[in-house]
Design a protein around this ligand. Structure first.
Ligand SMILES: [Zn+2]
Length: 293
């Protein structure tokens, strides 16, 4: 709210509130109409090209997300040939986060599904490696020498699925975990200082949050059914979701810095299991949407 707005007359305020209300109504009405059909799904493999995403001991996030998304695309083509599948990328290329939503929007997507691999931020530990002597004569004394080591491995395991929401405390740290060593780089969150952010998130939430949460719940239930640890459905102010004009989720399919999960995420069987979980969630969501639920 600017100073100019605060100085508005009462009538001015009423008119501007009314206009905002009309604008939101039209926008939401437009979204709601398109919400009944489910013809096109947008599959977004996280990262790619120069952006490897999170790194494990022997693999990169970008390759796992692409493998899972391609497997899911094949399952959908075989089992639901009437559903149109759009990939934001189907090769190892870099696509800016801001571009991914619009690719789906231009294709008239009905749902945006972004696939990522999780990682925790490295845990820093200061350990004593020895001592050294300082000072001279009677002041001579030994002081400890330390070094900092970063433990990248984690015992944290499981899956979680994000829907778009406003900033929560600590989300930056969590988002950064994904990016491993590239901590200075933009972790893909919305700019909290931009006044449009709150408007964007509020509008998106009104139009799409219910359906996004519904889908996210189905994804998590399916992972759970295959014995994966369920970390739940969560909210984050993710840019990749905010730029799309359709419901959507970002699913984290496991932790690359957990050695057991990295192994699983790199097997054909693990990737196929995850793709099947996503397929089942899509199938039941499509059924519900078309039933008009
Ligand atoms: Zn990622």
């Amino acid at each position: 709210m600017t100073k100019y707005h605060r100085k508005h007359t009462r009538y001015g305020r009423i008119i501007s509130c009314f206009l905002t209300f009309l604008f939101l109504q039209f926008t939401i009405a437009g979204y709601a109409q398109s919400g009944k059909s489910f013809k096109t799904i947008v599959l977004d493999a996280g990262h790619g090209g120069k952006d490897p995403g999170a790194r494990g001991k022997f693999s990169n996030e970008k390759d796992i997300t692409l493998a899972v998304v391609l497997k899911l695309g094949k399952i959908l083509r075989d089992s639901m040939p009437q559903l149109k599948v759009i990939f934001t990328r189907n090769t190892d290329v870099f696509i800016d986060l801001k571009e991914r939503g619009p690719i789906g929007n231009r294709a008239g997507g009905d749902f945006f599904l972004s696939v990522h691999v999780n990682s925790t931020a490295g845990r820093r530990e200061r350990i004593q490696t020895g001592t050294r002597t300082v000072g001279k004569g009677r002041r001579k004394r030994k002081v400890p020498v330390y070094k900092t080591i970063i433990h990248r491995e984690t015992a944290t395991s499981g899956t979680e699925t994000y829907v778009l929401g406003l900033t929560r405390t600590g989300e930056k740290e969590r988002a950064i975990g994904e990016y491993g060593e590239q901590v200075e780089e933009e972790p893909g969150l919305l700019d909290k200082n931009d006044p449009m952010t709150a408007v964007l998130v509020a509008q998106y939430s009104q139009a799409f949050l219910g359906r996004s949460v519904n889908f996210a719940g189905k994804v998590q239930a399916n992972y759970s059914g295959t014995g994966r640890n369920n970390l739940g459905v969560k909210q984050m102010s993710l840019q990749v979701l905010a730029n799309s004009t359709m419901p959507g989720v970002l699913t984290e399919i496991g932790f690359i810095n957990n050695p057991e999960e990295e192994e699983y995420l790199n097997t054909q069987e693990g990737q196929q299991n995850i793709a099947m979980c996503l397929y089942r969630a899509i199938r039941s969501y499509k059924y519900e949407m078309e039933k008009g639920k």
